[in-house]
Design a protein around this ligand. Structure first.
Ligand code: PEP
Ligand code: MG
Length: 319
């Protein structure tokens, strides 16, 4: 019975009306990939590379990073692996990066902002990623992108890293699928512009929610406001999905909300085409996808978008 359950979980999940929805895992390093695979994940939707940089005396070298990215991709046996560039800042200080203390670290120099301010750090990571992507289904994703200027800047850095490798005679693919996280409200507002410049986007509901609701994701006193099912957040998710569809790119989700099986019909109805979560939640979400009918999901999403409060949305979804 356990074997049957496992092979069912490894099979792709399609809605009743036949739309296949990749259900992927979030990982913090290559060691998590094995668990992702046994949970039936169709790939890695978010590799949080910051864990490679924490609890050490200096930044990992290009070769160390390359080895970690290759190991994760090989462990996933040909399935796509979306690797997010370093998302670190004042909230998770790294002594050797010497990040200044900030009064509001969540509004400070984190993620892509920090990487753009430290070109050498980004360059090393991009070189490792280009090399690892040779012959492997590795995608690159940038966190905390706020606007088109930032996206253009990281894309330029990415292309510069490739040209450097080519000049050195190192093998790189001609192109790697490149995307951004939508987790800053400004990015959701500008999703139509951003979607035209990349190959996919993935919604980070953890940060998007804290920024939309102005409620710290780690502060229990405002946890009632920091609810990803708030209609204010859902409206930005819907807007992002529409922008992605109009641009012909995939819109996925890798924030915690993606792992809530009770929310799966709503997320499919809003237009998400890929979901990524902690490995342990993959089987439940695959089951929820298999039970979903897209027309009914779309009707449910319209109802949720019309709700006044997060509580009403939760009641609608049977929480
Ligand atoms: C998010 O913000 O939703 C996300 C997936 O990124 P992280 O939780 O690593 O900030
Ligand atoms: Mg985030």
């Amino acid at each position: 019975a356990r074997e049957a359950a496992r092979s069912k979980s490894a099979a792709p999940a399609a809605t009743c009306d036949g739309t296949v929805v990749p259900v992927m895992a979030n990982i913090g390093g290559p060691a998590d990939a094995a668990r992702a695979l046994t949970s039936g994940a169709d790939g890695v939707g978010l590799f949080r590379t910051e864990f490679l940089f924490l609890e050490r005396q200096d930044a990992p070298s290009e070769d160390e990073q390359y080895a970690a990215y290759v190991a994760a991709a090989e462990a996933m046996a040909g399935r796509p692996v979306i690797i997010r560039t370093l998302d670190i800042g004042g909230d998770k200080p790294v002594p050797y990066l010497d990040t200044p203390r900030e009064d509001n670290p969540f509004l400070g120099q984190r993620g892509a902002r920090l990487c753009l301010a430290r070109p050498a750090l980004l360059r090393t990571q991009l070189r490792a990623l280009w090399r690892a992507a040779s012959g492997r289904d590795i995608w690159i994703m940038y966190p905390m992108i706020s606007d088109v200027a930032e996206l253009r800047a990281v894309l330029a850095a990415q292309e510069a890293a490739r040209r450097e490798l080519v000049a050195e005679g190192v093998e790189t693919p001609a192109k790697v699928k490149t995307g951004i996280m939508i987790e800053v409200p400004a990015a959701a507002a500008m999703a139509d512009k951003l979607a035209g410049l990349c190959d996919f986007v993935s919604i980070g509901t953890n940060d998007l929610t804290q920024y939309v609701m102005a409620a710290d994701r780690g502060n229990p006193a405002v946890a009632h406001l920091c609810d990803s099912l708030h209609p204010a957040v859902l409206r930005l998710i819907a807007r992002t999905c529409e922008a992605g569809a109009a641009a012909g790119i995939e819109v996925g989700m890798c924030g915690e909300l993606a792992g809530e099986a009770k929310a799966t019909p709503l997320l499919l109805g809003l237009g998400l085409v890929e979901l990524s979560m902690s490995a342990g939640l993959v089987p439940e979400v695959k089951e929820a996808v298999r039970g979903a009918d897209l027309a009914a999901c779309r009707a449910l999403a319209q109802k949720a978008l019309a709700c006044d409060t997060a509580g009403e949305v939760r009641a609608l979804l049977g929480f």
